[in-house]
Design a protein around this ligand. Sequence first.
Ligand code: TYD
Length: 210
Amino acid sequence: MSGLFVAFEGGEGAGKSTQVARLDGWLQEQGISARLTREPGATPAGERIRAIVLDPTSSLTPRAEALLYAADRAQHVETVIRPVLAAGGVVISDRYVDSSLAYQGAGRALSLPKVRQVSEWATGGLVPDLTVVLDIEPAAGLARAAGHRSPDRIEQESLAFHERVRAGFCELAAADPARYLVLDASGDPDELAGTVRGRLAPVVRLLAAR
Ligand code: TYD
């Protein structure tokens, strides 16, 4: 049996890192140690790409931005994600391909099929077993995120941009309900974590029994 790949997606301030940590804690209780990772910036090259894409002074064109996220992802998949999955391990990623489809496709209004094509090429077609979308109203999420630090280049985008991103995530999930779990991120974090656990329980039982 190969490993398990779970991605968390959502707009700014949706609480992804909290839910990643909660899932990791639950897996540890069953003796499963997951590899927690994120995009952009999970590899040494990716950290440098992350600095460019999030720097408010980088004046990137939408295509350059899309290709930088794709480059980060190619490096991430080949050097971090695939080796863990090939060894039968569990990977939990804070953002993955859907972020490019939502932010660059829907947000920047680049062609969705093109962004999808670039992402597929970057990942060699690696798709998560489950993608959890934490859905949040952009105004609320941005306010939450602003409490932590000064806004990065993407957070500085208009509310309309973030509304398109949110709609993008919801459309992706609606098109493939078997592979997505959409949660209202304004809900109680304990309840959200419980719903994620419920969805993953059958496969985690199999992993824990190995
Ligand atoms: P990060 O600080 O990791 O965001 P957060 O903590 O809110 O998840 O910054 C990642 C930013 O990059 C975030 O605004 C979303 C954006 N992004 C894209 O636009 N496209 C992508 O493919 C990815 C992975 C992220």
